[in-house]
Design a protein around this ligand. Structure first.
Ligand code: AMP
Ligand code: GLY
Length: 424
């Protein structure tokens, strides 16, 4: 079976490594992949947003199955374009990917179907938004409607900060057309939990929960990043919370999408906040999270390819999806300076025994050597019976990977450990 994976980060590396466990996956192409993924798949220099290029490549190679991992191609209709050529895909169609592609859509969906989320207002002009902010309670949260490389959200502690965000998004057009509309919403408090789920549009199977660490610095300080590390499971996601989420959020969301004629098949990501009034949706993503995937998939006991194909076929109910009752920790090794500017092109050394734990995010091959090419360079994941062991092991492995300018947070997993539920 020839498989194509669209994307080229740590998440895609984790997906590819897991797919490879099935011997039926004879050949895997990554578009565009990266220098590290090249050890596990054939990387082809076609960008993840180049839909015609992806489709032409898939036809030429006779691809049997495609996994579209990143948000951009999903929102641009990559799955629709591949399906039109008869290629089965894992990932939502364009009309369902809108659940991530438009915050206004997702907020309106939640309101219409009574799914718990922060209260909000939508604005289409900066004047109206600025006027609203005169009297809005603070802190408040300003969100660009469309995709913004994960940077479209400002949690504003003051009115001035909120006004600044409105001006940047709507007047300076910092995120282009993604900022034509904005959502201003109620500030919520509580621990955050990420839950990725498999859904075929009817059945929804949550994966093991996880916790991201989005800020660049220790103790959740510094600027927001794509994610500096993750642990799974998330101790704040108790069995009682999970049951409430299933009843009030997961099933209602999947049913709502179907009722809207936007059946969602793929990985639906629930970004949740466990508030004192119960779990609420902070955001939906139409895809696997990064770096959540790097802790979730290593705990998946079932065969990923089989589960994905069951999702595509609408037969998820017939498929057993099992996770190991273990813990995982992923530590991201970044380039010093990230998420600001940083140097590139430094040679990376990874000892043989660490390779199975490595998910490469931003590295290129230069004269046969792996060199840094991105802000987030590598994720290193360890799994163990308990969370303290997984964290310790992940840091021991991270220590063994070397490159100039290496930067990592030293406290990944600490919040989860302090939650006092380590080891389950
Ligand atoms: P997002 O890009 O939607 O994941 O938002 C980025 C981060 O902003 C989230 O992970 C939360 O930490 C924070 N955030 C988003 N919405 C809210 C909210 N309504 N209240 C408090 N924090 C929020
Ligand atoms: N880690 C959050 C995301 O993938 O959007």
């Amino acid at each position: 079976m020839k498989i194509l994976v669209v994307g080229g980060g740590g998440r895609e590396h984790a997906i590819i490594k897991k797919l490879k466990e099935n011997p039926a996956a004879e050949k895997i192409y990554a578009l565009p992949g990266n220098g590290g993924i090249a050890a596990d798949a054939e990387c082809v220099a076609i960008g993840a947003k180049d839909i015609p290029g992806i489709v032409a490549f898939a036809k030429e190679k006779g691809i049997d199955y495609a996994v579209v991992a990143p948000d951009d191609p999903l929102v641009l209709g990559c799955v629709d374009a591949l399906e039109a050529e008869g290629i089965p895909c894992f990932g939502p169609r364009q009309n369902a990917a809108i659940i991530e592609g438009s915050k206004v859509f997702s907020k309106d969906l939640m309101k219409k179907y009574g799914i718990p989320t922060a209260s909000y207002e939508v604005f289409t002009s900066p004047e109206a938004a600025l006027e609203y902010l005169e009297t809005a309670p603070v802190p408040t949260v300003v969100k660009a409607d469309g995709l913004a490389l994960g940077k479209g959200v400002t949690v504003a502690m003051t009115r001035e900060e909120a006004r600044g965000a409105v001006r940047e998004i709507m007047e300076d057009k910092k995120f282009g057309k993604s900022g034509d509309r904005i959502v201003i919403e109620e500030y919520l408090e509580g621990p955050e939990v990420s839950v990725l789920s498999f859904t075929d549009g009817t059945t929804v199977v949550p994966m093991v929960s996880s916790m991201d660490h989005k800020r660049a610095g220790d103790g959740d300080t510094g600027p927001n990043t794509g994610g500096m590390g993750t642990v799974a499971p998330n101790p704040f996601y108790t069995e009682a919370v999970a049951a409430e989420c299933m009843e009030k959020i997961f099933l209602p969301t999947v049913r709502a999408m179907k009722a809207e004629g936007r059946e969602f098949r793929g990985c639906l990501y629930f970004g949740l906040m466990i508030t004192k009034d119960g779990p609420k949706v902070i955001e939906y993503n139409c895809r696997f999270g990064d770096p959540e995937t790097q802790v979730v998939l290593p705990l998946l006991e079932s065969d990923l390819l089989e589960v994905m194909q069951a999702v595509t076929a609408g037969k998820l109910a017939e498929c057993e999806v099992k996770f190991r009752k273990e813990n995982a920790c992923c530590v991201i090794l970044a380039s010093e300076g990230y998420p600001g500017s940083y140097g590139k092109g430094y040679e990376i050394t990874i000892p043989e025994e660490v390779l199975p734990h490595v998910y490469v995010a931003g590295a290129a091959l230069k004269d046969g050597k792996l060199v840094t090419s991105g802000g987030r360079v590598i994720g290193v994941t360890a799994t163990a019976a308990t969370l303290p062991e997984a964290v310790k092991e992940a840091y021991a492995l991270a220590e063994k990977v070397s490159f100039e300018n290496k930067y990592l947070r030293s406290d990944i997993g600490q919040r989860a450990l302090q939650a006092g539920k380590a080891g389950r």
